[in-house]
Design a protein around this ligand. Structure first.
Ligand code: AP5
Length: 211
């Protein structure tokens, strides 16, 4: 099962991808998490990527495509994977299509008015779990339910950067939907609903895919 979750910043890609990863025992590969790991390690690549991420821009293809290729070669991807945040431009989709044929690209469509509050009130755990102060709070405020680490707010989760990210999504990422529609693998889910509702819809789609 090779799938990609698609949608604007704050659509719930990371949240759903982690839930589905557990359910189907396939890895969730978040390009944002891979990049943030490089930033935390202070690598040259991480320093270059941070400038783009903090400005709400896409990190260049020359960086992200190589990272994705390396990650997909991990033995844990043999039985399938879920991509979260890749591809994000037609150029990325075209290259990906040369070495991986996706079984489904699932678009979480969410009204713009919900996206900014979802992001500005998100709190992250270093382990990758996302919380929301209102819609999905941790049991103990400020602490991850899964691993007990302290939650933090992402540097790019300010209102100003979110607006830029939404603009970049609209101009550079949204056109990728047509690419997959033409290939007949695009599926749609109403991402305005609750986390549990979306998870159920996603499982239904995944169970309907040919194995
Ligand atoms: P990335 O980390 O991928 O950020 P993003 O795509 O902007 O998406 P988010 O992580 O903000 O949102 P999400 O859809 O995962 O939502 P989440 O589940 O957390 O990328 C960051 C940066 O890295 C990019 O800006 C770019 O610079 C770079 N980058 C990454 N990939 C790249 C690529 N391919 N090419 C070039 N550059 C790249 O949910 C959001 C919040 O809402 C959470 O608080 C959650 O608890 C809550 N929530 C989730 N679902 C619901 C729901 N149904 N109802 C209510 N609340 C909900």
């Amino acid at each position: 099962m090779k799938i990609a979750l698609f949608g604007p910043p704050g659509a719930g890609k990371g949240t759903q991808s982690r839930l589905i990863s557990d359910k189907f025992s396939i890895p969730s590969i978040s390009m944002g998490d891979l990049l943030r790991a490089e930033v935390r390690k202070g690598t040259v690549l991480g320093k270059e990527a941070k400038t783009f991420m903090d400005g709400g821009q896409l990190v260049p293809d020359s960086v992200v495509i190589g990272m994705l290729r390396d990650r997909l070669q991990g033995g844990d991807c043999d039985g399938g994977f879920i991509l979260d945040g890749f591809p994000r431009a037609i150029s990325q989709a075209s290259v990906l299509d040369e070495f991986v044929k996706l079984d489904a690209v699932i678009n979480l469509s969410v009204a713009d008015r919900f996206l900014i509050p979802r992001i500005t009130e998100r709190r992250m755990c270093p382990c990758g779990t996302a919380y929301h102060l209102i819609f999905n709070p941790p049991i103990t405020p400020g602490i991850c339910d899964d691993c007990g680490q302290k939650l933090y707010q992402r540097d790019d989760d300010t209102k100003e950067t979110v607006l830029k990210r939404l603009e970049v999504y609209s101009k550079q990422t949204k056109p990728v939907l047509e690419f997959y529609r033409e290939k007949g693998v695009l599926r749609e889910i109403d991402g305005n609903k609750s986390i549990a509702c979306i998870r159920r819809a996603l499982i239904e789609i995944l169970n309907s895919l040919p194995r």
